[in-house]
Design a binder for this molecule. Structure first.
Ligand code: HEM
Length: 580
């Protein structure tokens, strides 16, 4: 017979309680010791961490306050998700650039990526084989878009930027005062009315990325439901993907709930159907035209489909990669090209909107800029890309706009594939690591008087040159396009768009804010008020009125002639002409 311990029941309870308390004590001690290894940060509450201390849709003001309190790096917890925030260029360069092998992944937002995008949205892809297959194919010299940071391939788009900017200039000129005489209100989700001047600049940026990806253009704004849907898809994505917006992102355990207890899943699936109708529609149209033998301008998607067909995958429906892991199937192609269309449209357009707001808010800057452009270009022709070396103040004004109000205000967080030690702190594997662009751009040690708009801060001491400063490591002096291997692949395209569009606007058009009939003062959004800008991880200006007119009849005539000439080019390129 075995030994049977027979303790009185009160003793059993005492021993069990003691054991449980000791275990809990050890666990808490381990937890405390572990927490001491992490970067400093605000106090966390059990289970939820810091989730309720920050606005899910407008986190950047609080992220900046914490940067001022905790210094170069701090740690947060959103549910079970570790969040690490880097607040100096040195910290971000060290992890995202010098240790890019480890810090180039993403923690995909579960609801936005896994469900709504069926795991196919490129900007959220982890640094895995799918990402690399996508990148390698994009890097193929046959395709139009170079994947990372090379300035040269983006030049292929310049002829289109040159032509499309003529159309934008003509549109703004003819738009006249519609933005102020018609009373415009944004839609319930911030939708921009099609008659508003914001739409005219968006048409320019969207048309460019559509040409690049699908070989077609946006030749009209009215009655283009697809165009309007594109912006709704984009706005929806930026709010669904915002970290902290869905509990299921921070608490993986909730993902096991059945549908009837997980309304977000049902919603996100419906959003997927709604998105793919648009993104897949672009691809299906192109395929149909290719099958019918109709030629579009060479573009990324047509080259990709041709190359894929030659490799034996003419039809490859579905998500993910082909069985050999080499080629994207249709949904993946649609999301890849679609991501570039969405990533390249509103970020660039909204920065141009912000630029106009800055010019109206700082008239002495506008005066100085116009004097530079008039001196270099004169009244007889439009500015061109060749003028860039002689327009340092323009480049400085664009950079100051990007600094003062970066569109992707907290960037897109990276994730680390291993535990990492930095400055004596542990950054746990799988953290969501933010480069706090907003705190860096607003740091008075780097940018004295940071809320003021001072283009001169970017000029060389003799005032004669400005570099874009977004190249490789050491040269960088602004961080609006992110870091390392995930650095924005469209940065050179965006800069060229700003250069050609904004130089032409300043050259050819006068613009002013509407006046308050009572006070006679300009009605302009307040730059100090966060509500001037939208919520979501792309934070962009809400619509505001501007009156547009040509600077002189001579300027107007040149703008009309250049627009007419562009129509001939569209026809030669087999692209639709502008309908107004
Ligand atoms: C003012 C304009 C723009 C801004 C502020 C901007 C900003 C950014 C930022 C901050 C990132 C994340 C970088 C990182 O992870 O560190 C990004 C990624 C990306 N951008 Fe841009 N961008 C702009 C224009 C464009 C344009 C014109 C295109 C396409 C033609 C584009 C395509 C992309 C793509 C595809 C990604 C995802 C890259 C990846 O995940 O590897 N962007 N952008």
């Amino acid at each position: 017979m075995g030994l049977v311990l027979s303790l009185p029941s009160s003793e059993v309870i005492a021993v069990t309680t003691l054991a449980a308390l000791s275990l809990l004590g050890i666990k808490l001690w381990q937890q405390r010791s572990y927490e001491k290894l992490l970067p400093p940060g605000p106090k966390k509450i059990p289970i939820f961490g810091n989730l309720f201390q920050v606005s899910a849709l407008r986190p950047y003001p609080q992220f900046r306050k914490w940067a001022q309190e905790y210094g170069p790096v701090y740690h947060l917890k959103f549910g079970s998700q570790d969040i690490v925030v880097l607040n100096t260029p040195e910290a971000a360069d060290e992890l995202f650039v010098n240790r890019s092998k480890i810090f180039s992944s993403r923690i995909a937002p579960h609801v936005a990526h896994d469900i709504m995008s069926e795991g196919q949205r490129m900007a959220f892809l982890p640094y895995n084989d799918e990402f690399k297959a996508r990148s390698l194919r994009l890097a193929d010299p046959l395709t139009s878009l170079q994947p990372s940071i090379g300035p040269l391939p983006s030049r292929q788009l310049r002829p289109m930027q040159e032509l499309e900017s003529r159309v934008a200039l003509y549109d703004l000129m003819n738009h006249g005062d519609k933005s102020i005489t018609l009373y415009h209100t944004a839609g319930p989700n911030g939708e921009v009315p099609e008659h508003h001047w914001f739409s005219l600049i968006r048409r320019f940026t969207t048309s460019l990325v559509l040409t690049l990806m699908y070989g077609t253009r946006v030749h009209k704004i009215e009655n283009t439901p697809r165009l309007h849907k594109l912006y709704r898809v984009l706005a929806n994505m930026t709010s669904v993907a915002q970290p902290g917006n869905y509990l299921a992102d921070g608490f993986p355990i909730l993902r096991k709930l059945p549908d009837f207890l997980a309304p977000w899943r049902v919603q996100a699936r419906a959003m997927h159907e709604w998105e793919i109708e648009l993104l897949g529609g672009f691809l299906e149209d192109l395929k149909a035209e290719m099958k019918a033998g109709r030629q579009r301008v060479e573009c990324y998607a047509s080259k990709y489909l041709k190359a894929r067909a030659e490799a034996g995958y003419e039809d490859a429906p579905g998500s993910g990669l082909t069985p050999d892991g080499q080629w994207m199937k249709d949904k993946f192609v649609a999301y890849t090209a679609g991501t570039i269309v969405e990533a390249g449209s509103d970020t660039t357009a909204s920065t141009a909107h912000t630029f106009i707001l800055m010019m109206l808010s700082y008239p002495h800057v506008l005066e100085k800029l116009r004097a530079e452009i008039d001196r270099v270009v004169g009244p007889d022709r439009l500015p061109t890309f060749d003028d860039e070396p002689n327009l340092p103040y323009l480049v400085a004004c664009i950079k100051e706009t990007l600094r003062r109000r970066p569109a992707a205000i907290l960037g897109v967080p990276h994730a680390n594939d291993e535990d990492v030690w930095y400055n004596g702190y542990l950054i746990p594997k799988g953290s969501n690591v933010f480069g706090n662009i907003w705190a860096i751009h607003m740091d008075p040690k780097l940018f004295p008087n940071p809320t003021a708009f001072i283009p001169e801060r970017w000029l060389s001491p003799d005032g004669k040159s400005t570099s874009w400063g977004d190249g490789f490591d050491g040269e960088r002096d602004q961080w609006v396009f992110g870091w390392g291997r995930r650095l924005c692949p469209g940065s050179y395209i965006a800069e060229a768009s700003f250069l050609i569009l904004l130089s032409r606007i300043i050259w050819g058009l006068d613009f002013s804010a509407p006046k308050d009939p009572k006070t006679g003062r300009d009605i302009l959004p307040d730059l100090a008020d966060e509500e001037t800008f939208s919520e979501g991880f792309i934070s962009i200006p809400r619509i505001f009125g501007v009156e547009w007119r040509p600077r002189s009849e001579k300027h107007a005539q040149i703008i009309r002639n250049e627009f007419e000439d562009a129509q001939a080019h569209w026809s030669n390129l087999n692209l639709p002409g502008d309908e107004r």
